[in-house]
Write a protein that binds this ligand. Structure first.
Ligand code: NAD
Length: 510
């Protein structure tokens, strides 16, 4: 049985909190008459109500951002850097408060929430180096008396649409480079856990970001569509599920916007027979069940090669009863609830689906879920999963780990390469040559070698292949800077009366 850290209690809920938009540097009440519930998933009760923006309210935020753009764009790099160092200090100072907001609305355990803030902070730190990142090139004397140089300039008003699973970090992936590059921003966070974005807005104001440079509108499809249709938005960054990512990419680009839309995932972890099985089992449990499997980089399918399967499954099974599932605020909890009751039920339904399709249910998370009203599901392990089963094909996005068994390395790589998703992948082996071949062979954007969750550090860029990303540029890191700027090349000559003459020929280098 999975150990239960603490049964959640309904009394822990606050009074219903209203979560409003943030436009022009202040909290703005919605007049749309539409709103949505925000829950404490550990208690299973509603704790807040978030305003949903109308198209007119989105327009208001965009107009404010548009008005703020010329002055922010013209703000010197040294002043922007100063502000970014202050943002960095404030986020660092308030890590704990932000993490508590995440745990309260998302459900992830506090230590995991702090990890999320820390990874977001790395992106802000990267952006503190914006003068270096925006350096252009200069060629002196490209032609006689003529110099050529390249510069990168901001796009204007950019928008971000973010998912529920990283309510602080994923917005930071977007607003930090967008603002550092001189753009203004409208964020539409997930309606399931919207408070962290408002907290960030308050910190940005305190750090000296001028009013109107960063705005938050809450809502659903209405707000997203208003962003996609808006003529004054130049670029849209999206992170969420694949069907919506595809929709956002197709709609946004057809309206002339630059779009990067990151989608869902089905991440494989290949375990070769020569792997350190204890290490692989630890990694599989950590990466499969961390954040209750609600990570786009979670491992959801283990591919056991050759005779690795039996030992691997036994090692994982042995570890599962020790995973402490409970309220994320409790210091002993290692895995919290799922984000909503609806999502928990959907994830749980895959256990029966798997069994009916012929998979072996090694551990059934329904049997070990803590009682009470929280949206809990215990850890689940399915063996003998086959690629044609729904539990293999679908992104379950919960604490359900599948194991499939194959005979050879080539079969394992084929499975990964034939999968429609291509976000993350890992291989566990002691053979450096095979690992090197794997990185060459595999059609996935982020690869781990004995590392189960290969989320790149902030000075590389994050992004998958295939249905895990629509668009050309990955988020944050150098590609994030490219995404939020466009290039300009200047060819320059200064008047020199000694060489000036009329010449109607096509300009040639001399
Ligand atoms: P989601 O697609 O349901 O929602 C993402 C955003 O889109 C939210 O802001 C939501 O309000 C909006 N949205 C939802 N339905 C919409 C519709 N019909 N029209 C327009 N907008 C709509 O995703 P989610 O459930 O919040 O997040 C989980 C998903 O995000 C998973 O698929 C996960 O893999 C993915 N994800 C991907 C990455 C990545 O980097 N590739 C990172 C985190 C999460």
């Amino acid at each position: 049985m999975t150990e239960v850290a603490e049964a959640p209690s309904a009394e822990r809920a606050d009074e219903l909190k209203r979560i409003m938009h943030w436009i022009g540097g202040r909290s703005v009440e919605s007049g749309s008459g539409r709103s949505g519930p925000v829950y404490n998933p550990a208690a299973g009760i509603q704790t807040g109500e978030v305003d949903f923006a109308s198209a007119e309210e989105v327009d208001r935020a965009v107009q404010v951002a548009k008005e703020a753009f010329p002055a922010w764009r013209a703000t010197s790099l040294s002043r922007k850097t100063e502000i970014f160092f202050r943002i960095r200090a404030l986020v660092d100072q308030h890590r704990e408060d932000i993490a508590k907001i995440l745990t309260a609305e998302h459900g992830k355990v506090l230590s995991d929430a702090k990890g999320e803030v820390a990874r977001g902070l790395e992106v802000i730190e990267f952006c503190c180096g914006i003068p270096e990142l925006l350096k252009g090139g200069f060629t002196e004397q490209a032609s006689t008396g003529i110099d050529v140089y390249s510069i990168r300039q901001p796009l204007g008003v950019c928008a971000g649409i973010t998912p529920f699973n990283f309510p602080a970090m994923v917005p930071m992936w977007m607003w930090a480079p967008a603002l550092a590059c001189g753009n203004t921003f409208v964020l539409k966070p997930s309606e399931k856990d919207p408070s962290a974005s408002i907290y960030a807005a308050e910190l940005l104001k305190e750090a000296g970001v001028p009013d109107g440079v960063f705005n938050v509108v809450h809502g659903d499809k209405v707000a997203v569509d208003a962003i996609l249709e808006h003529r004054d938005i130049s670029a849209v960054s999206f992170v969420g599920s694949t069907p919506i990512a595809r929709y956002v990419y197709e709609t946004g680009t057809s309206r002339g916007k630059r779009v990067q839309a990151l989608g869902g995932a089905k991440n494989h972890m290949i375990v070769l027979p020569d792997a350190d099985i204890a290490m692989a089992a630890d990694a599989a449990v950590s990466a499969g069940y961390g954040s209750a499997g609600e990570r786009c980089m979670a491992v959801s399918m283990l591919v056991a090669v050759g005779d690795a399967g039996d030992e691997l499954v036994a090692a994982i099974e042995e570890r599962l009863p020790k995973v402490k599932v409970g309220d994320g605020m409790h210091p002993d909890s290692e895995m919290g609830p799922l984000v909503t009751r609806e999502h928990r039920d959907k994830v749980a339904s895959y256990i029966d689906k798997g069994r009916e399709a012929g998979a072996t249910v090694v551990t059934d998370g329904r049997e070990s879920a803590p009682g009470g009203g929280g949206f809990f599901l215990g850890v689940t392990l399915l063996d003998d999963v086959k690629p044609e089963m729904d539990v293999y094909k679908d992104e379950i996005f919960g604490p359900v780990l599948g194991v499939t068994r194959v005979g050879t390395y080539d079969e394992a790589v084929r499975l990964v390469n034939e999968n429609p998703y291509g976000n993350g992948v890992a291989i566990f082996t002691r053979d450096g040559g095979v690992a090197r071949q794997f990185q060459f062979d595999v059609n996935v954007g982020m690869v781990g070698i004995n590392v189960p969750i290969p989320v790149p550090v902030a000075y590389y860029s994050f992004g998958g292949w295939k249905n895990s990303l629509f668009g050309d540029l990955h988020v944050y890191g150098p590609e994030g800077i490219q995404f939020y700027t466009r290039g300009k090349v200047v060819t320059s000559r200064w008047p020199d009366p000694a060489t000036s003459k009329v010449d109607l020929g096509f300009p040639q280098t001399r």
